[in-house]
Design a protein. Sequence first.
Length: 336
Amino acid sequence: MTQRHTTSFHQGAAPLIAFAALTALVDVYAGNRLQSLSPLSMAAVSFTLTAAFFIGLDVVRQGAAATFRPLTTHSADVVAINVSTAVTWLSMLYALKYLEPAVVNVVGLAIGPVFTVLLNPLLRKQSAVLRSETAVSLGITAVIAVLVWGSVTGRTGVGSVGAADAFLGIGLTLLTGIGSTANVIYSKRLSEAGLVPQSVLSVRFFLTIAVTWAMTAISDNPQVGEVFLPAAIIAVIGVGLPLYLIQVGIRHTEPITASLLCTLSPLFAFLLQLPDQRLHTSLLTLVSIIAITALVGVGTLARGRHDRRVQQTAAAAAPPEAEHAATTPLKEGDSQ
């Protein structure tokens, strides 16, 4: 049975901002490590460890039958989130081989609000996107277009990578954004269906694990031994903990709010990548990130005000009923 959770910007904001910071950290760390290691092997080990942890946790909490029940009771949404998870992470890991981590981060996440505005009315008809959120999404699109131009012309932190590699990296990053948007929406759908965050995380990695291990098995240089330690680190700081945080955040916010807050991640990524010797500081990247951060601020403030108005309206309507119920004496034969 579908459950509607009241949205609360304040309850959802903290875990979503923490998610943004951890996502930035893993992008910078993986961007450095993936220059010499296999993205496929890294993903295979990371997601296997993450899935094992959350499945084990959920089995202990509610038993194996309940853990895997969503595979039959909510099969369409589970399949969708498995596909979107695989698309998001595989495209992101390969994009990091070609582009500056902050650019991958900013394009992959910042495009999310745009796709959310387009897809939300189709997938979640009961919720509405605010006009201010639509305007913010269009502004983010314009900034992303500038970053795409900067990547192709060698004006970002990695310098000139060649037009072919730049376009390939941007294409993969756009796939990351599409997948990330679908992740947010289908996570919200499963949350509204009554699944707690760890239950969603227990059933969302099966396709990613199958694809990455299959491709690793046929790889000429799988490097499983070399990637195990960095993959384990990514499993904790880049997969398990941040995905739990975003699932908690999504539970308390609308998808567009979650998408907007996640776009703060590029600011963290830019700061974290400064010590990386293979990158130089790009003014274009910094200005673009500041612009997107400002737009995010406008969007989140608008949603916060909207949620407060909704809650105040509901609170204003509720007290008379509660007071009437509390002051009306029970008649004989009535029960509490």
